[in-house]
Design a protein around this ligand. Structure first.
Ligand code: SF4
Ligand code: SF4
Ligand code: FES
Length: 232
């Protein structure tokens, strides 16, 4: 038996947010937290959360699980204590129950131009990289934009409109080290600012919570080094 203590909030009801306890018996067919949530939703359709892939790929079921951000679909019930407290991602406006408004998060992501910039005519087949150049993208391209990191970052909580946050900065670095990209100068100009990059305080919450094992804080530190040594 588990008690799932879930944050409930319906702005249309006029009631304040509350924690609601659901008692659930978990059998082997519900190995993951998301399986249990889906079963609960079958009995209480008003319970709201996002999910899609069930495989740790889409990033949509990020939530705060017993105080730590993570993905429900890759959280094994056996790893959780008897009482599980589920809250929406911290520091983000709540739309309903476990669903948060990610528009600020995505606005910061888009602000770093998360795409290849190269004005040269592309070769007939593809822009090639050496194995060494391709290797530099490992640990960066795998981000699923779940927002676990940025919503665990105190610097992002205080300045979500000014500080890019760890997810956006990880992607900024991904394009800065891409041998095919030609916009390094503009990318660094865009980040050389007391808030956009330098608001990071190296607390490492971001790296601690990333469900894909990525290290945004390392990427941030590399960008800082690029700005200090910049020649473009
Ligand atoms: S290391 Fe930087 S980006 Fe990561 S949680 Fe701390 S302040 Fe935020
Ligand atoms: S870096 Fe990790 S925690 Fe942050 S958005 Fe990407 S996958 Fe999620
Ligand atoms: S449902 Fe897609 S990552 Fe969990």
């Amino acid at each position: 038996m588990h008690t799932l203590r879930i944050y409930r909030y319906d702005p249309d009801s006029g009631q304040a947010p509350r924690l609601h306890d659901y008692e659930v018996e978990v059998d082997d067919s519900q190995r993951m937290l998301l399986d249990v949530l889906l079963r609960l939703k079958a009995t209480d359709p008003s319970l709201s959360f996002r999910r899609s892939c069930r495989e740790g790929v889409c990033g949509s079921d990020a939530m705060n699980i017993n105080g730590k951000n993570g993905l429900a679909c890759v959280t094994n019930m056996r790893s959780l204590p008897e009482t599980v407290v589920l809250k929406p991602l911290p520091g983000m406006p709540v739309i309903r129950d476990l669903i948060v408004d990610l528009s600020g998060f995505f606005a910061q992501y888009h602000s770093i131009k998360p795409y290849l910039v190269n004005d040269e005519r592309p070769p007939e087949r593809e822009r090639l990289q050496s194995p060494e150049e391709r290797e530099l993208l490992n640990g960066l391209y795998e981000c699923i934009l779940c927002a676990c990191c940025s919503s665990a970052c105190p610097s992002f909580w205080w300045n979500p409109d000014k500080y890019v946050g760890p997810a956006g900065l990880l992607q900024a670095y991904r394009f800065l080290v891409d041998s095919r990209d030609q916009a390094s100068g503009e990318r660094l100009d865009n980040l050389e600012d007391p808030y956009r990059l330098f608001r990071c305080r190296s607390i490492l919450n971001c790296t601690d919570v990333c469900p894909k094992g990525l290290r945004p804080a390392d990427a941030i530190s590399e960008i800082r080094g690029m700005i200090v040594r910049r020649t473009v």
